[in-house]
Design a protein around this ligand. Structure first.
Ligand SMILES: Cc1cc2nc3c(=O)[nH]c(=O)nc-3n(C[C@H](O)[C@H](O)[C@H](O)COP(=O)(O)OP(=O)(O)OC[C@H]3O[C@@H](n4cnc5c(N)ncnc54)[C@H](O)[C@@H]3O)c2cc1C
Length: 518
């Protein structure tokens, strides 16, 4: 017999090895010896009150063997001689599109502008230490896409768009910890992600797929509204029948190319702001109601904040407990910040984007002349402003949180995890009022919601500009571009995903759509 039950475990009880066995037996009024196994289904922490509780959902096996296999089987086929689908971009969307093609018996040929995870690491070092951005290999471009050097947070709100559990089990198959199947807020960590990504590459190659790194797609050859070929940066042309375009939201050259070719695009609303960085112990003490070090059984605390100011959302985005702020620019001449964390989340800083919704229909009158590209041009200008005010390299403009809100230049800044360094700048007056004004009000309110959050021990760092795509590449009910046959816009860059998991799910769906009738 199998019984699914919920258990509540206190911090003190959590230390005991057999606590779930004891609690399950007591809950079910059975002898612990009759329990043959306990499968963890879900674990979350309830820290709303001083007494912190771990909530467990478990399946208790009573006088019955616990199965070892996972719910999913990934039935990869030898596709070396099968029909091909070309996939542009090897981020989560491209990787999962390729894996799904192989399951369905089609051969993925992947073109990726960046380098493999190992070689990519050198280019990240160059950004951090030499302030040099390789425009094809950086925190956004390269094997695994923008998701590789990230926090690897795996929660998504896109539950209706696909099977999240299937994506998680596939990550586990490729080396992610099984803990992601259980945690309410699962994450992998930047130190573990490259290996998972590399294992996915090896599966694709093993079953006959192709992956070409350092292969930037620079043109589409279209005849009679049908995609016929793609051109690479070295002028090599490749005949194609169907392409899945999964180039992410930082591939501005792709938006410009499509626009130049009169292929329909749509402006999309998005969000921009800054990244705020606190010492982790401040966030721990607020969230866990403690002073000094947090209990060793508790993970670095996180937060999720949102407030409406005059009908506009100001919210925290991509919070990285125990993490680093990273330089996520994809070109020289711009400063863009983002966040990542190692699997243990044991860095002494907590950072999070704090962003303001930008409505492309009403907020950007000065940019109307750019048509569908208006949001992108606005984003670019803000990143250029961060570059000049940061000192014309990857050093980022920053201010103490209280100085930013109260409108004065910081005479000095707090320590930071951001390796290229910070430069004091009057972000309160530099940022457009639409963003700066709302952020200042929002941060003040966040300080009321979380006592201790509003502190001069935190820095705000500019700019967090790549939260989501400012453009949608339209597609019809078959997930194909309505004007161009054989073009399947996919993932975050096309406007159909926001994060690793939703991009992966969209990749699978696009693969299923692209093989139809091939
Ligand atoms: C630092 C950082 C931290 C993040 N942390 C998280 C997190 O913790 N959790 C989360 O869910 N999300 C996180 N994100 C966002 C997440 O990484 C993206 O949502 C996700 O990667 C989008 O997947 P994608 O496949 O659609 O696009 P991308 O991951 O952007 O991949 C696109 C790929 O296409 C390639 N490409 C672009 N142009 C071309 C071209 N012309 N030719 C060939 N290849 C091309 C790029 O090199 C890139 O590899 C983070 C992002 C960053 C930058």
């Amino acid at each position: 017999m199998i019984k699914e039950i919920q258990l509540r475990v206190t911090l003190q009880e959590e230390k005991q090895d057999d606590i779930l066995l004891k609690k399950s037996a007591r809950f079910l009024h059975i002898n612990p010896k009759d329990i043959t196994g306990i499968k963890l289904l879900r674990k979350s922490i309830d820290a709303r009150k001083v007494k912190i509780i771990f909530n467990y959902k478990v399946a208790v096996y009573i006088k019955e063997q616990m199965p070892e296999s996972s719910a999913y089987e990934f039935n990869y086929k030898d596709v070396s001689k099968a029909k091909s689908i070309h996939i542009i971009g090897f981020g989560p969307a491209g990787m999962y599109a390729a894996l799904r093609c192989i399951e369905l018996g089609y051969r993925p040929i992947v073109l990726e502008r960046g380098k493999n995870v190992k070689d990519r690491r050198r280019d990240l070092k160059a950004i951090n230490q030499d302030h040099f951005v390789n425009e094809d290999s950086n925190y956004c471009f390269g094997e695994g896409g923008a998701g590789t050097y990230s926090d690897g947070k795996l929660y998504t709100r896109s539950l209706k768009r696909g099977d999240v559990r299937r994506i998680f089990e596939n990550l586990v198959l490729h080396g992610a910890t099984e803990q992601i199947l259980i945690d309410a807020h699962p994450h992998i960590g930047t130190n573990k992600l490259p290996k998972v990504v590399q294992n996915i590459r090896e599966t694709i190659l093993k079953y006959g797929g192709e992956i070409h790194f350092e292969s930037r797609v620079t043109d589409f050859i279209i005849k009679e509204n049908k995609i016929k070929a793609i051109q690479l940066q070295n002028n090599i042309e490749m005949a194609v029948e169907r392409i899945i375009l999964a180039t992410g939201h930082s591939a501005r050259d792709i938006y410009y190319l499509l626009h130049k070719k009169n292929i329909a695009l749509k402006a999309k609303s998005f969000a921009m702001g800054i990244r705020v960085e606190h010492p982790q112990h401040i966030i721990d003490s607020i969230q866990y109601h403690c002073s000094g070090k947090r209990n060793e059984l508790l993970p670095a605390a996180s937060y999720n904040l949102v407030h409406q100011i005059n009908g506009r959302g100001v919210y925290s985005f991509c919070m990285c407990p125990g993490g680093f702020i990273v330089p996520a620019a994809t070109a020289n001449g711009e400063v863009v910040v983002n966040g990542m964390s190692p699997s243990k989340r044991n860095n002494p800083f907590a950072n999070s984007g704090i962003v303001v919704e930008i409505n492309v229909d009403t907020d950007l009158p000065k940019y109307e002349r750019f048509g569908v590209l208006k949001g992108l041009e606005y984003q670019k200008d803000l990143e250029g402003l961060a570059f000049t005010s940061g000192g014309r390299n990857q050093t980022a403009p920053a201010q103490r949180l209280t100085d930013f809100v109260e409108g004065r230049l910081s005479t000095n800044l707090n320590e930071t995890s951001y390796q290229p360094g910070l430069k004091s700048a009057p972000l309160h007056s530099l940022l457009p009022k639409l963003i700066g004004g709302k952020l200042r009000k929002g941060l003040e309110v966040f300080g009321q919601k979380m006592k201790g959050y509003y502190t001069n021990e935190a820095n705000v760092v500019g700019v967090e500009s790549r939260t989501s795509s400012p453009i949608t590449i339209p597609r019809n009910e078959n997930l194909e571009h309505p004007e161009i046959k054989g073009l399947f816009p996919c993932g975050e860059g096309a406007g159909y995903a926001g994060g690793i998991v939703s991009a992966a799910m969209d990749g699978e769906r696009c693969a299923e759509a692209a093989i139809k009738g091939l």
